[in-house]
Design a protein around this ligand. Sequence first.
Ligand code: KIV
Length: 303
Amino acid sequence: MAKRMTARGFLERKERGEKIAMLTAYDYPTARLLDAAGIDAILIGDSLGNVVQGQGTTLPVTLEDIVYHTKMVERAVQQALVVADMPFLTFQVSAEQALRNAGRLLQEGGAQAVKLEGGVDVALTVQRLVRTGIPVMGHIGLTPQSVHALGFRVQGRTAQAAARLMEDAFALEQAGAFAVVLELVPAEVSAEISRRLHVPTIGIGSGAGCDGQVLVLHDMIGLNEGGMLKHTHRYAEVGQAIRDAAEAYASDVRASLFPSSDHATSLGPSEPDVLAAMRRVEKRHQGQASDDDVEINPYGGSR
Ligand code: KIV
């Protein structure tokens, strides 16, 4: 069996120049498949608000939601690093609050690391978690929890915005983050940040210069409603496959083509006794049972 990935293993990958492949998962069966496929890290992202709960943003996702989904993922995973996202307002209020909540994700959820959004502003919180022994992955660029302030658009396009991103990345590294997600950052800017940091950068919509990549599983397997995002590549059409399967099933049921005799169990030699016993029950229900009819008690014995 391959060695389990760790936060330290992320750094070793960067030192060796080996790319890191990360995906999101929210339940046992998909996490089991991703782990078996050799994915390095599985993120229980607050994107579950969008792709699992059907919400418009990630803001309604709660710590309880992430704990619940992390438990399922963790049970399935043997090799990947399990990273749990910290939802909106579970780490911004104070470092104490962040520590308690990150602790729950490790203690109750079984995660091995947490991810949180923000740069300079959350550096002291990151430091507090790291010093308590909780590996932290940073997340800068487009940070969906700030959608009402930033919108859903590429970040770091101007000199000032790119310099701020560089500050954020350095602040996270100095605070002890073991990796930094760069979401929707221009390729040149993310490549420059990746060259300057010692810890790996994990890009999403940020070009090939990052040390690793992450995608939201539902986007890359076609299980999402709506159009495809520019930064996503469809590796499968699972949504279409599920729909085709459901349509074929409904059509077979309506045409009495499913189930066939292959899908059912037959009685065999006991058939006459069984059917006779059933007929006696039917007669009794119709008030036609004679005194010498002995009825089999369905719960054992005769009466
Ligand atoms: O919530 C999430 O899935 C994420 C990834 C897009 C990085 O934060």
